[in-house]
Design a protein around this ligand. Structure first.
Ligand code: HEC
Length: 104
């Protein structure tokens, strides 16, 4: 009897972190400074969402203008070096947006 209760308790305790991990958390970021506002255009919302979770988008607006290859490198670096969680589809949208609005 006792062993069974212990087993149930252990199962519950082990299961709790899994339940917690499965929940999606959402946070609201404070407004960025006006200076860093991204130029409007197709893909701006995706870029805003993906690129503002770690730093201000002033990192984007203060960069020298670059072609698609350069922006592709930046987005790939954010993903592989810093662990930005961006889908391949979104990465494509973002590179298109950045090279259109902040391209050469
Ligand atoms: C997971 C966190 C994270 C996300 C998300 C992120 N970045 Fe970064 N980014 C960083 C870090 C860390 C640095 C380096 C900061 C430093 O050196 O002070 C950086 C720096 C930069 C720089 C400065 C140049 C450089 O290469 O260091 C640019 C431009 C940049 N990010 C653009 C972007 C863009 C565009 C996105 C969206 C596709 C993005 N970042 C999303 C973490 C992130």
């Amino acid at each position: 009897m006792h062993a069974r209760r212990v087993a149930v308790t252990v199962t519950l305790l082990l299961g709790l972190p899994l339940l917690a991990a499965a929940q999606t958390k959402s946070i609201t970021l404070p407004p960025d400074h006006v200076f860093s506002d991204l130029a409007p255009g197709p893909g701006v919302e995706t870029t805003q969402r993906a690129c503002r979770s770690c730093h201000s988008t002033d990192y984007v607006v203060t960069q020298p203008r670059g072609d698609a290859r350069q922006w592709e490198g930046v987005v790939a670096k954010m993903m592989s070096v810093y662990g930005a969680n961006i889908t391949a589809d979104d990465a494509k949208t973002i590179v298109q947006y950045l090279s259109r609005q902040y391209g050469k």
